[in-house]
Design a protein around this ligand. Sequence first.
Ligand code: GLP
Length: 233
Amino acid sequence: MQVKIVENKSEAEELVLNIFKETLTKDNPVFGLATGSTPVGLYQKMKDSDLDFSNATSINLDEYVGLTKENDQSYHFFMNHNLFNDCKFKQNYLPDGSATDLFKECARYDQIIADNPIDVQILGIGENAHIGFNEPGTSFESTTHIVDLQQSTIEANSRFFDSIDDVPKQAVSMGISSIMSAKKIVLLAFGEKKAKAIFDTVKGEITEDVPASILQKHDDVLILIDKEAGKLL
Ligand code: GLP
């Protein structure tokens, strides 16, 4: 696990962009992408860059249950708005949170991941150290699954909704073992609110109570953080 403390978000985004540039030289590159406010600047830089993603595939981590792709709070909408409308990929995959049979949807998504091994996975991190929507207590063996969101996650994500009652209570998320199958993982975290999660992830015990702590076992992880997120290290 390599931890790099950057001066600002922009420096981290440039570093990721360089990793993407290298990944794009491969045949059929596959990018694992994340939602949340953390990667938005990276997506802007991707759009502004001259990198060509038209031969690349993207696979997103998660989606809320019950929101259609058109719903402006869905992660489909978020990705279209922040990236895909202006940065064209060969193929974009996200879980379908409005599927009538969610178990079948999880199996479909696992097959997509198996068929398109992820070259580089971008991660944000929740204040409780969740990755994707894998909340504390999630099995490290998990594949794509249906998640009951913790109250703290519902509260943290309510800032994107008109009211906390509008925040879905469930999500479909890639599992921890799906995330760990990526060849390279880059986790981004900025701001003091993430300091405890980063400390537990980097220095803490590897435990299912701290989902991101499993990253200590992956052999190609880069953690890019600012000083505030790294202040407890
Ligand atoms: C959500 C997403 C995560 C993301 C987290 C942090 O829960 N499912 O993938 O890492 O939010 O969001 P933010 O980047 O806004 O702090």
